[in-house]
Each structure stands twice: as C-alpha cells, then as structure tokens.
Ligand binder design. Structure first.
Ligand code: ADP
Length: 461
C-alpha cells in the first residue's frame, strides 16, 4: 500500500521529464547543425534555409525616409522610418486591426486593405504640399509567411500560416499582388523589398550594433536568420553569384526535427499538443518553445493530475478542460509572483478557472512553469548554438569581441528570466566561451529592418 505522494514528489517526476542536461544539449546542437547544412545544400528540405536576396550587411550610413508595412499576425503596421545614418533612426507608426473576414476572404481584397491603410497613414503624416510635390517613397514590405524568392521584390507564397487563409494567394507572387493594389489606389509608393520579420530584425540589429550576427524571434512562432557566405549556399550555385559575397538566410528553424522526431526530447504532453494541432508532425521545434504552445503544455500536465485525483479534488474543473485556455502569459505571471502566499497564482486559478488552490499546489505550479519555460529557453539556446558553431564565430573571435544576437517576440521580451536562461544554456553548450554570445532586444526590428533593406536595395540599383 503506497503512502500518499506530496506535491513535491510529483514535481520530481516532471523535473526529470523537462530537464535538459548539457550533454543532451550538445547532441541536439550537432544534429541541428547538420540540418542547417542540409538545407543549404538541397532545396525542399524540412528546415528550408530560405535565401532572402538581401546581400550583405548595411553600412549603418543608410539614410532617408522609407515606409514599411508589416503584415505579421493580429495587426497590420504601417511605419515611416527616417534613417539618419550612424546607426540612428526615428520611427512613426500606426496599427490597424485585421478582421477575421480579411484574413480568410479574398487575397487581393486583403492587399487592397493594406493599400487603404497606407493611404490613411500618408494623409495623416504628410501635409498637402508634400503630397502635391509627389513624394515618391520606397516601401519595404515585411510579410512573415514562408515565401520562395528569386529576387528581393518578389515572393511566391508557399502556404499561409498563423491562422491566415485568404483565397487566391498561395502559389502567387504576393509582391505583384500588392503592387496592383498600390496602383489601384494611385499611391506615390514603390515597393522595393519583400522581407521576412527575422531578416528585418537581423538587418536592423546590425545597423544599430555591428556586433550583431544572428536574429531570433520568440513570439507566436519561433524562427532565426543570419548572414551566410554565398559560396556555402550550394543550392544556389547555378545562379553564379559572387561566391565571396554574403546573403541573409531565413532559416524557418521552427520545423527542426519535424516528421522523423529523432533529436528532440518530447514528453507525452508534447505529443498530445502535436497530434491535436492543425498541422500534426510539422513545426516540431516550435511546438516545444513558442508562446503559442507553452501554456497548453502546462494545461495538459494539470489535466493529467486532475484525472489522477491529485489536484482540485471535489471541485468543478471543466474550465481547465478546453484546449488553449491556459495562456503562456500565465506562466510569466506565475514565475514573477513576488508574494510568499503566491497571491498572483491564487488570482489566476480563481478568476479564470474558478478553482481554489493550496499553497503546496501553488508552489508546484510555479515550479512547473519554471521547468517548461526553462526547457524552452535551453532549446532556443541549442538553435543559436547551432548557427554559432556552424559559422565558427567563436573560433574566429578576437579578444574582447562579442557575438550579438538581436531578439524579439513576447516570450523574449516579457517572460521573466527567458534571456538569462538562454545565456546559461549557451554556457552549458560552449563552456566559458559561451559568455561571448550576447542576446539583446531588437526594438522595432521588423519595421526598421524593412526600411534599411529598402534603402540598401535603392543604393544597389
Ligand atoms: P507575434 O509573434 O504574433 O508577432 P508576439 O511576439 O507578441 O506576437 O507573440 C505572441 C505570443 O506571445 C502569444 O503566443 C502569447 O501567448 C505569448 N505571450 C503574450 N504575452 C506573454 C507574456 N507576458 N509572457 C509570455 N508569453 C506571452
């Protein structure tokens, strides 16, 4: 007859399931590095390593006025970016909310709406005389859905992600569609670059701080970009580009370990998240890391303990039983609760789920959030380490230099301790040398990056 387990006993089980040892991390980094190499070699790989046609770094001296349009998820953002050289910029922006109808309706109508918002923005930010002089502004379009590109102002949408489904768009050149809408509204704007948010963040980070070599996004999804030597992008060799030049690569690394599931430690909760998602088997790395999933992983553990009669005995728990009701922001709040009684956690469970908690349970929830959040950060560190290792950045580092990593997304910006845990993970992988890899928040990266790329493109032409 077993004695009743305490919450601390239960916690030990989850500790062993969610903890990543340094040794395991190094194995993941090796496999990740091979996957990145393969994506550069052959087209159509699981991690597609998409060439962006952004050639090399900005000088930091790019200057002038540029528009940026950012279509990335819940909002549409229009920005006027004034680049002032010496790594300085100013930004004015407006947000416009997208309706479900626009996301799911006709594609051309969606781009028409973008053009309409641009017109409103121009009317609000430029006076009549400027408009009559015929301001002809270059525009960078940040379009964060996977596109295959052959040049910077073109991109065929491979497939919608993040809940978009507008008709007559997949397989078509979205830059051309958007140009059609610009013409329809007779806007004095030239689309010069179509880019992904990670690429924008990469270029913007480097403009502000030339030590930046990698960009990462940890938001609804997770992804990275970095600058590659063209000679190493084997799949482009028929284009006869200068092999000593560089091009930014959009990794789309959220897909690492999809389908085969050979390398990442997945718990049964991760498997349930995957099987019940709208795209089972896909985005395996992202499903362990990004803001869209962490709350759901925690909810599944809680539901298991409810079913086992460990938690909330005798209470109604149906509110916890719907998928995705437990938000990732709750994990952030639980981890940052400053009170001994854990009053924030009392509030979350009573207000959102109508259940009472004991102190022991609340301590357990906080520890569980820490395990899930820490695993996400350490896996993120593995991805960064794979790029660092592949590019031999540490081998070539001079005394006192650092490797900057521009980062953005709510998980990075709002989850307490996320960045510190990434840094700890990098030291677990590389030892003390890992201290030279430093992440920083790249503010407004996708909009500013879009403007800088538009400026770089203008100069090259
Ligand atoms: P997007 O990636 O769509 O551009 P964000 O970077 O804001 O936008 O990421 C949104 C994701 O971040 C959502 O999945 C949400 O659950 C998560 N999130 C929002 N607030 C927080 C928070 N305080 N802590 C952790 N995650 C959060």
């Amino acid at each position: 007859h077993a004695t009743k387990k305490t919450m601390a006993d239960h916690l030990r089980k989850y500790e062993s399931l969610f903890t990543l040892t340094p040794q395991r991390m190094r194995m993941i980094v090796d496999a990740f590095q091979d996957t990145l190499d393969l994506g550069l070699k052959q087209p159509g790989q699981v991690v597609p390593m998409i060439p962006t046609y952004v050639f090399g770094w900005p000088t930091g001296e790019e200057s002038g006025d540029f528009l940026a349009l950012d279509l990335g998820g819940t909002n549409l953002r229009v920005c006027l970016v004034t680049l002032k050289g010496s790594g300085q910029f100013e930004i004015t922006q407006s947000k416009y909310r997208l309706t479900e109808e626009q996301k799911q309706g006709d594609g051309q109508a969606l781009f028409d709406f973008c053009a309409e918002c641009l017109r409103t923005f121009i009317e609000a930010n430029f006076d009549e005389t400027e408009r009559q002089k015929g301001i002809n502004l270059p525009l960078g379009f940040t379009f964060s859905y996977p596109c295959s590109q052959e040049r910077i102002d073109h991109g065929e949408l491979i497939r919608w992600t993040k809940g978009f489904g507008a008709a007559n768009t997949e397989g078509r050149d979205v830059a051309a569609m958007f140009k059609e809408s610009l013409a329809k509204y007779e806007l004095p704007i030239t689309l010069t670059a179509l880019i992904n948010d990670t690429t924008g963040t990469l270029i913007a980070s480097h403009y502000v701080d030339p030590s930046s070599k990698i960009a990462v996004i940890f938001g609804t999804g997770c992804n990275a970009a970095y600058m590659e030597n063209i000679g190493s992008i084997e799949k482009l060799k028929d284009l006869n580009l200068p092999t000593d030049a560089q091009m930014a690569i959009n990794c789309e690394w959220g897909a690492f370990d999809s389908f085969q599931h050979e390398h990442l430690p997945r718990t049964k909760y991760d498997q349930i998240v995957d099987e019940t998602s709208n795209k089972p088997q896909e985005q395996a790395f992202e499903k362990l890391i990004s803001g869209r999933y962490l709350g759901e992983i925690m909810r599944l553990v809680i539901c298991e303990l409810i079913d086992d009669g460990v938690l909330f005995l005798g209470q109604e728990t149906y509110k916890l039983e719907s998928p995705y009701v437990f938000e990732t922001a709750f994990l952030s709040l639980m981890e940052s609760d400053p009170t001994d009684e854990l009053l924030m956690i009392i509030g979350i469970f009573s207000h959102f789920f109508a259940v009472e908690t004991t102190l022991a349970e609340r301590q357990f929830f906080r520890a569980l959030a820490r395990l899930i959040g820490r695993r996400a950060a350490r896996l993120s560190a593995c991805g960064i380490a794979a790029i660092v290792s592949k590019m031999k950045y540490l081998e070539n580092l001079k005394e006192g230099e650092i490797i900057g990593v521009g980062a953005d997304g709510s998980l990075y910006n709002k989850y307490p301790g996320f960045a510190d845990r990434v840094h700890e993970g990098l030291i677990d992988v590389f030892g003390d040398k890992g201290k030279s890899i430093v992440t920083h928040h790249a503010e407004d990266g996708s909009g500013v990056g879009s403007a800088i790329i538009a400026a770089m493109t203008k100069i090259r032409k």
